[in-house]
Design a protein around this ligand. Structure first.
Ligand code: PLP
Length: 357
């Protein structure tokens, strides 16, 4: 006798879903968030705008003003922009538009896990392309797989999460030029790399770029993301995203924050300089390997099992991410760049753990 759960699609039943361990810790550097909250005066300005709106009414269906501001920021067309409830929602919108049973999606791995999870839930086939042993992207292998296996979609996170590496601009261009399908360039961390693929947009209609307010823009709690792409492609994605997906808080917050670019620039500079300081400090600790990072986090390895390092740090008040699920990362953990004081606490905790381990 079947149960009502048999009505759930097998792909969904098989999925582990997205999960996250979130114990409390004094230093929380596990989710690549910004350690710097928005200043109170900016929050007040957002609140003033929200208070003056009529809450009984739906927000705008197409937030045209915000599209124009984002277009100016990114150097792209307002009708080639789509806002999402976090870039996560845009990832889903694109996959819903492209993936069904048997559709192939090329994913260099390890990378942001959500892509694989959603492709599998939709019944698509993930074609994994492993990173090289030094965790760099293999652009030729990505392109070869996409061409030979007719990938409908290729996913490139640059900078990549959790490794911090990038796909070099010339390799990216070759992938976008040569792929038979759509290429997603996920730029969740592009501000920390100081580079972007936007210059490819006018030449390649099969490219779509995802960005977020969750990292450099200090607004992970708000859930705002956007994509940049050819208007025809963006129009298709708009059909699979929910209407009114951004509530009036998000819309006001995005609008206000985009008027304060100086806040962002200073913080990005601070985080990048801290990243380099922490990276150098990690390199000096015997038995620790750290990978080059273009993002706001660092991937590091020790000789100990990552689960033990994770617990050792947690017991010292520091929460990092154990990213060792992928075989290329068997010894790896990821730490976001925090404030200078948080970073010092992380370094002290790691040294203390290693001395006793
Ligand atoms: C590569 C990448 N893309 C997208 C996201 C999701 O961001 P958002 O908060 O905009 O949904 C993350 C979050 O960690 C990420 O690492």
């Amino acid at each position: 006798m079947g149960t009502y759960l048999d009505r759930i699609r097998p792909e969904v039943r098989r999925s582990s879903g997205y999960s996250l361990d979130r114990p409390h810790a004094q230093v929380k550097i596990d989710q690549n968030e910004s350690p710097y909250d928005l200043p109170l005066e900016v929050k007040q300005q957002i609140w003033d705008r929200v208070r003056d709106r009529q809450w009984s009414r739906y927000p705008e269906l197409i937030p045209a003003r915000l599209h124009e501001k984002l277009a100016r920021l990114a150097g792209w067309k307002p009708d080639g922009i789509l806002l999402g409830n976090g870039s996560n929602e845009l990832i889903l919108a694109l996959l819903l538009a492209v993936v069904e049973r048997g559709v192939r999606v090329v994913i260099p791995e390890p990378t942001f896990l959500l892509y694989r999870l959603l492709v599998e839930v939709l019944g698509g086939d993930v074609l994994p392309v492993p990173l090289r042993s030094d965790l760099s992207y293999d652009g030729e292998a990505i392109l070869k797989t996409a061409v030979e296996r007719d990938g409908a979609l290729v996913v490139v996170c640059s900078p990549n999460n959790p490794t911090g590496g990038i796909l070099a601009p010339d390799a990216l261009e070759q992938v976008v030029r040569g792929c038979p399908g759509i290429v997603v360039l996920d730029e969740a961390y592009f501000e920390f790399a100081g580079m972007s693929g936007t210059s490819l947009l006018p030449r390649f209609e099969n490219l779509v770029i995802f960005r977020t307010f969750s990292k450099a823009m200090s607004m992970a709690g708000m859930r705002i993301g956007y994509c940049l792409g050819h208007p025809a492609l963006v129009a298709e994605m708009a059909k699979t995203k929910l209407p009114f997906n951004l509530n009036l808080f998000c819309l006001a917050a995005a609008d206000v924050v985009l008027e304060r670019p100086e806040l962002l620039e200073r913080r990005v500079r601070d985080i990048v300089s801290e990243r380099e300081r922490v990276s150098s400090a990690l390199k000096r600790i015997p038995g620790v390997t750290v990978y080059p990072s273009y993002a706001n986090f660092l991937l590091f390895e020790t000789v100990h099992p990552p689960a033990t390092v994770y617990q050792g740090l947690l017991s010292r008040g520091v929460l990092v991410r154990d990213v060792s699920r992928h075989h290329l990362l068997a010894r790896a953990l990821r730490a976001s760049v925090g404030t200078p004081a948080e970073n010092d606490q992380f370094l002290t905790a790691l040294k203390s753990f290693l001395e006793r381990a």
